[in-house]
Every structure is written in structure tokens, then in C-alpha cells.
Design a protein around this ligand. Structure first.
Ligand SMILES: Nc1ncnc2c1ncn2[C@@H]1O[C@H](COP(=O)(O)OP(=O)(O)OP(=O)(O)O)[C@@H](O)[C@H]1O
Length: 251
């Protein structure tokens, strides 16, 4: 589904990501981990289109996307959950989720402004999709409440619902566990496990190794911008290069 081939990106002559290749197959849950400064965020932004590659190729569903802007990649079926839990203030939980589907409808601004029948039809469909997504992440009973009143764990779930509302082929999660503790973290892990059981393809970038390794089929480890390991979590955790990279950080 996603093929990243020999991708590099540097800042001021220093490589943040260097000759990185990774593939995510349909239905796979893949994690990218690595110590601070390993290049995880840069790689994530190269995949989503928020940064452009210096070299290399990115293909999604068999199509080159590395020159496409983020919204075009989104239209092809990439949905992103960003690290910072952001919700739109002054809007309900349902309205926040509905925003996720608007990029996928054909109804343009004019039809929305004039409230043409087609627009009303789309709005109803979007509302229904939002309700399904809220049900999926366990927020159905919060639908009509102000989004900014939600605790942070549920704001993260709301962002997931927003991403799901766009009916993604590939869900991209940027450090989904950051800022969450204890029970909230557990709830999020369970939710990702459920999405995985639904057959959704997921790529998640995460600092927390324990969180990632329990959720993924495969994990790619970055260090100093390069892939140092790629395989099943149990194998990768025992890899001497990986241990050394994380130990290097701790010392
Ligand atoms: N916009 C930028 N300008 C200059 N240097 C950058 C920029 N973005 C990233 N870098 C550098 O690229 C390297 C990789 O950074 P990146 O943020 O991708 O790593 P990371 O693995 O996400 O780290 P962390 O876990 O700390 O967020 C770092 O040395 C960083 O300083």
C-alpha cells in the first residue's frame, strides 16, 4: 500500500532522514520507533507531504505521491492523526468529527453556501459517517457536547474518529500516546487493537517502544536518520544495534 524507497531529506546540509526505505502492506500495522532526533517526525512529514523529499520516491496505492501536496494525498486515502491534541473550540464533538469528511465530498463552496439539495444530502451523509466514527471510538454519548470539554484521552479518540470519518485506506498516527498516562493510554491501545482487527492499515510513529511493540505486526527502527532494523517486534527488541541506539541515548 505504501512504498517508501531510498528517501532522503536534509536540513542545512545535515541529513534528518537518509536513504530510508520501508513498505506497509494492506492490512498491516507498522510502527516506526527511534531515539530522540532519529528522524521519525521528518519521515512522517515526508509521507504526509508536509515536507518534500530531496531524493527518493514515495508511492501510495501504486501511484507516485512524493510531489503531491498533503490534501491530494489525503484525497487518495491517507488520514493523519497529529501529535498535538487539537480540537476546534466552539464546536460539538460531532461537528469536530464531520470536519474530517468534508475533503471527500464533491459539494463545493457554492453549493454549501446556497444550501443546495446536494449539499444537504452530503451533510446528512457526513453526519451519519461522523456518528459511526464516534460509535467506533466510544464517544457516541459525547456527540452533542462541546469538544473542548473532553479530557485529553478522549480528545485523542475524537481525532481518531475525525480521521476515520474520511474513510482512510491508510491511517497515519504521529505519537498517539504522547501526553497520555495509565488508563487513557490503555484505552487508546485497545482502540488501535480494535482498528487493527477491523483490517485497517496503520503506520504509527511513536517514541514509546513498549506502546508500539505490543500493537504492531512490524517495527522499523530509525537511528540518526537511517533504518537500523526492520522486522517483528520481538526480533527487533533483541537486536544489538537497536539496544545500542537506545542505550546511547540513556547515557
Ligand atoms: N525543520 C528543521 N530544521 C532543521 N533541522 C531539523 C528540522 N526538522 C528536523 N531537524 C533535525 O533533523 C533531525 C531529525 O529530527 P526529527 O524531529 O525528525 O527526529 P525525531 O526522531 O522525530 O525526534 P523526537 O523523537 O525528538 O521528536 C534532528 O537532528 C533535528 O534537529
Amino acid at each position: 500500500m505504501l512504498e517508501v524507497t531510498g528517501v532522503s531529506r536534509s536540513f542545512g546540509g545535515v541529513y534528518a532522514v537518509r536513504e530510508v526505505s520501508l513498505n506497509v502492506a494492506d492490512g498491516e500495522v507498522c510502527g516506526v520507533i527511534g531515539p530522540n532526533g532519529a528522524g521519525k517526525s521528518t519521515l512522517f512529514n515526508l509521507i504526509t507531504g508536509h515536507l518534500t523529499v530531496d531524493h527518493g520516491q514515495i508511492s501510495f496505492l501504486g501511484r507516485r505521491v512524493d510531489r503531491l501536496p498533503p490534501h491530494r494525498r489525503a484525497r487518495l486515502g491517507m488520514s493523519i492523526v497529529f501529535q498535538a491534541a487539537r480540537v476546534f473550540h466552539g464546536m460539538t464533538v460531532r461537528e469536530n468529527v464531520m470536519v474530517g469528511a468534508h475533503g471527500r465530498t464533491d459539494a463545493g463552496f457554492v453549493s454549501a453556501a446556497l444550501r443546495l439539495p446536494r449539499h444537504r444530502h452530503d451533510e446528512r451523509e457526513i453526519g451519519e459517517a461522523a456518528d459511526r466514527a464516534l460509535e467506533r471510538v466510544g464517544l457516541a454519548e459525547w456527540a452533542d457536547r462541546p469538544a473542548d470539554r473532553l479530557p485529553i484521552g478522549q480528545q485523542r479518540a475524537l481525532q481518531l474518529a475525525r480521521a476515520l470519518c474520511a474513510r482512510p485506506r491508510l491511517l497515519l498516527l504521529d505519537e498517539p500516546a504522547s501526553g497520555l498516562r495509565g488508563e487513557e493510554r490503555e484505552r487508546l491501545a485497545t482502540l488501535v487493537e480494535e482498528l487493527r482487527a477491523d483490517g485497517l492499515t496503520i503506520l504509527l510513529i511513536e517514541h514509546d517502544v513498549a506502546f508500539v511493540t505490543r500493537l504492531v505486526d512490524r517495527v522499523v527502527v530509525l537511528d540518526l536518520g537511517q533504518v537500523i532494523a526492520d522486522g517483528p517486534p520481538a526480533e527487533v527488541r533483541a537486536d544489538p544495534l537497536v539496544l545500542a541506539a537506545y542505550l546511547g541515548q540513556a547515557s
